[in-house]
Design a binder for this molecule. Structure first.
Ligand code: 5GP
Ligand code: ZN
Length: 137
């Protein structure tokens, strides 16, 4: 399979590894959006959040605080964002990963959204709530 993150897991291409156990690997993102920008992935190839099984999910998500605390302690950021992209055009590597992006005063990273609260009434929230809830399995 032609997956860049599987190649990192298998040691076929190098990476700056931060943490590794039987199921999980964390390593520096090549772009370093900010200093310490890290990716945490399951070693098992899983394409995205929709394909993540409980065991793999637990393995990855349970280690995020460990890596986040190491970043915080070592690099002293003012904050830290988690970001996780699924599907094109958001996702560029189709092996599930969570970005840990430490934030610094006046870094050039922006993660934001528009507040649409003014255009939502009670009925609008209830409609969205119902639509999503009926698909919970
Ligand atoms: P996505 O857009 O899929 O959420 O993010 C994929 C990330 O993988 C990007 O931030 C990109 O910099 C990173 N990336 C792509 N190829 C490599 C690589 O070969 N090594 C490392 N360390 N990161 C990579
Ligand atoms: Zn893979």
């Amino acid at each position: 399979m032609d997956c860049i993150f599987c190649k990192i897991v298998n040691g076929d291409i190098p990476a700056y590894k931060i943490y590794e156990d039987d199921d999980v690997l964390a390593f520096l993102d090549i772009t370093q959006a900010t200093k310490g920008h890290t990716l945490i992935i399951p070693k098992k190839h899983v394409e995205n959040i929709y394909a993540l099984d409980d065991k793999t999910s637990q393995a990855v998500f349970s280690k995020i605080p460990t890596v986040a605390n190491a970043i915080k302690e070592s690099l002293n950021p003012i904050g830290l964002n988690l970001l996780q992209n699924n599907d094109q055009p958001l996702q560029s590597v189709f092996h599930f990963h969570v970005h840990l992006i430490p934030r610094y005063q006046e870094d050039e990273t922006t993660i934001g959204w528009v507040n649409h609260q003014d255009s939502y009434q009670d009925a609008d929230y209830k409609h969205v709530q119902t639509e999503i809830k009926k698909c919970i399995k």
